[in-house]
Design a protein around this ligand. Structure first.
Ligand code: AR6
Length: 171
C-alpha cells in the first residue's frame, strides 16, 4: 500500500489539506450531498466564484478557493451518473481523478482529499467506484511525485471498510 494514501472516515469539509475535492454537478452551482456540505462550510463566496466558471463537463475539474474551509483550495469535479455500466461510466470516473490531479499539479498543491465521487446521488456501485479511485490514484502518484498525500474520505464506516479492503489488494 502506498504510504502517501490515508483513509479518513468523517466530514471532508473539516480536513486540513491543500485541496478538498467536490463531487459536483455540471452546473457547479451547488446541490446536495458532499457538494451541499462544501458550499455550506465554505460560505457564499464559493457560489459567487462558481458562477463565473461556466459549469464543468463530466470528467473534468475546476479549481476555486476554499474560503471559510481549512483547505485553501477546492477542486470541483463532476462524476458520471451510473446508467448500468455500459455508458463509459468507468472511463469518466477515472477521468475525474486524472483531471483533479491535473489541477492540483498545475496549482502546485501537495495534498488532496477525495470523497467517493459518484457513490451517492449518482448511484455508482461503491465497490467498483472505489476500485477505480484507488487504482487510478496509485498510478497517478507514481507519475506526479509532487503530490505527497491523498486522503480518501468516507462518510460511513461501510465505505471506509471498502477502501481498506481495496487498498489491501494493492499491498
Ligand atoms: N464528507 C465526505 N463525504 C461525504 C459528505 C461529507 N460531508 N457528504 C456526503 N458524502 P454525493 P455524487 C459522501 O451524492 O454521487 C450533489 O447533489 C456520500 O456519502 O455527494 O457524485 C451534486 O450537486 C457519498 O459516499 O455525490 C450532484 O448533483 C459520496 O460523498 C450529485 O450530488 C458522494 O455522494 C453528485 O452525486
Amino acid at each position: 500500500m502506498s504510504s502517501q494514501i490515508e483513509l479518513v472516515c468523517g466530514d471532508i469539509t473539516q480536513l486540513d489539506v491543500d485541496a478538498i475535492v467536490n463531487a459536483a454537478n455540471n452546473s457547479l452551482l451547488g446541490g446536495g450531498g458532499v457538494d451541499g456540505a462544501i458550499h455550506a462550510a465554505a460560505g457564499p463566496q464559493l457560489l459567487d466564484e462558481c458562477r463565473s466558471l461556466g459549469g464543468c463537463e463530466t470528467g473534468e475539474a475546476k479549481l476555486t478557493r476554499g474560503y471559510r474551509l481549512k483547505a485553501p483550495w477546492i477542486i470541483h469535479t463532476v462524476g458520471p451518473v451510473w446508467y448500468g455500466g455500459d455508458d463509459q461510466e468507468a472511463e469518466m470516473l477515472e477521468q475525474c481523478y486524472r483531471s483533479v490531479f491535473g489541477q492540483a499539479v498545475a496549482a502546485q498543491l501537495n495534498s488532496v482529499a477525495f470523497p467517493a465521487i459518484s457513490c451517492g446521488v449518482y448511484g455508482y456501485p461503491a465497490k467498483e467506484a472505489i476500485a477505480i479511485a484507488v487504482g487510478t490514484v496509485l498510478k497517478l502518484l507514481k507519475t506526479y511525485p509532487q503530490i505527497d498525500k491523498v486522503i480518501f474520505c468516507s462518510f460511513s464506516q461501510e465505505m471506509h471498510r471498502l477502501y481498506q479492503e481495496e487498498l489491501k489488494l494493492h499491498r
